[in-house]
Design a protein. Structure first.
Length: 337
């Protein structure tokens, strides 16, 4: 069993912990928090050993009535791999700790690509992370774009990608982001950071991205225009995407006309927290004009990187190849509506 430490038990960390626990070849050695809160209590209720991410704050956990297993350094020392799910920038500060104990680490998309040996998307470049010491699982938006671009490049060739990202103002729990009543170009300059980030996965890709932020919390929405290297019928693209396990083609018959109903469907389907691990592509939006492909897709920012973290664990530890890992992760989590 691969012993996994999770440093940071917030939006991503708690989801990764549940996903790791569900895998047949992994165990959660423990999770680390900087302070006692409802998530720390939940971790203990679920049976995850809780560690103090900041040793000087151990007394705060005791004062809150929470038993901790020790400081995060002990967790890192005993683990086969660490998933760093801390806020952007903190992972970079933690890197020296992981190097001190010679424990390989995964970081999230908020960290700089220069921090790591390689950026990672399971569908696109699994092999690049094999036996690496420091790997960055790219952001939710980059993950979503990479999952679509990879099969298009392999099957039809891609000349140019143009993506407009309509981004939620914050996660549901990020009360510090609101209330807001605005639509913001974010950034107002072109490109947004997403295009260069996708190029950390596909270094020869021609991609332009624009971003805007809207007063919503449920998920991001992408409008894509991909110029392919050959003229393709929309039906061919639908068939191609239908074979991709982490692309969910929303059929017209379901009458899911937006992110609200999509989230409601995930809840009705019994998904934990209403999570949508897949790209949600509106099937009827897939259309072509000559070599130009157009589509809309929803990206659930809280969860689509979760299976990628699980696959990255196997890549770094060399315990499975891409096909085997993706299949195992999908089966364990129940990916595929």
């Amino acid at each position: 069993m691969i012993k996994v430490a999770i440093n940071g038990y917030g939006t991503i960390g708690k989801r990764v912990a549940d996903a790791v626990r569900a895998q047949p070849d992994m165990e959660v050695l423990g999770v680390a928090k900087t302070r006692p809160n409802f998530e720390a209590e939940t971790a203990i209720d679920k049976g995850f050993p809780l560690y103090a991410a900041i040793e000087e704050r151990e007394d705060q956990f005791a004062a809150a009535g929470l038993d901790i297993a020790g400081p995060v350094a002990e967790l890192v020392a005993d683990a086969d791999i660490v998933v760093d799910a801390t806020p952007s920038g903190i992972g970079a500060e933690n890197k020296s700790l992981y190097e001190e104990y010679d424990t390989p680490a995964l970081y999230q998309g908020g960290e700089d690509a220069e921090l790591v040996d390689t950026s990672f998307n399971a569908r696109s470049n699994f092999e690049d992370a094999v036996d690496a010491d420091h790997v960055r699982v790219v952001s939710c938006n980059t993950t979503g774009l990479s999952r679509v671009i990879a099969p298009l490049r392999e099957t039809f060739g891609v000349e140019k990608v143009r993506a407009t990202l309509v981004r939620r103002g914050g996660d549901p729990g990020q009360t510090s982001r609101g209330p807001i009543n605005d639509v913001l170009p974010d950034p107002v300059t072109i490109p947004s950071h997403h295009g260069p980030d996708v190029e950390t996965i596909f270094d020869d890709l021609d991609i332009d991205t624009l971003g805007m932020k809207v007063p919503a919390t449920l998920m991001h929405m992408h409008s894509l225009n991909v110029t392919l290297e050959e003229a393709v019928d929309a039906a061919e693209v639908r068939d191609l995407f239908g074979d991709e396990s982490r692309l969910f083609l929303i059929p017209e018959r379901m009458s899911i006309d937006g992110s609200g109903k999509l989230k409601e469907y995930a809840l009705d389907a019994g998904r934990p927290r209403g999570d949508i691990w897949e790209n949600a592509v509106w099937e009827e939006s897939i259309s072509t004009v000559g070599r130009d492909l157009y589509l809309f897709q929803g990206i659930h920012q809280e969860s689509d990187v979760v299976p990628e973290n699980v696959d990255a664990i196997r890549a770094v530890t060399g315990s499975a190849d891409a096909e085997e890992s993706i299949r195992t992760t999908n089966e364990a989590l129940g990916i595929g509506f």
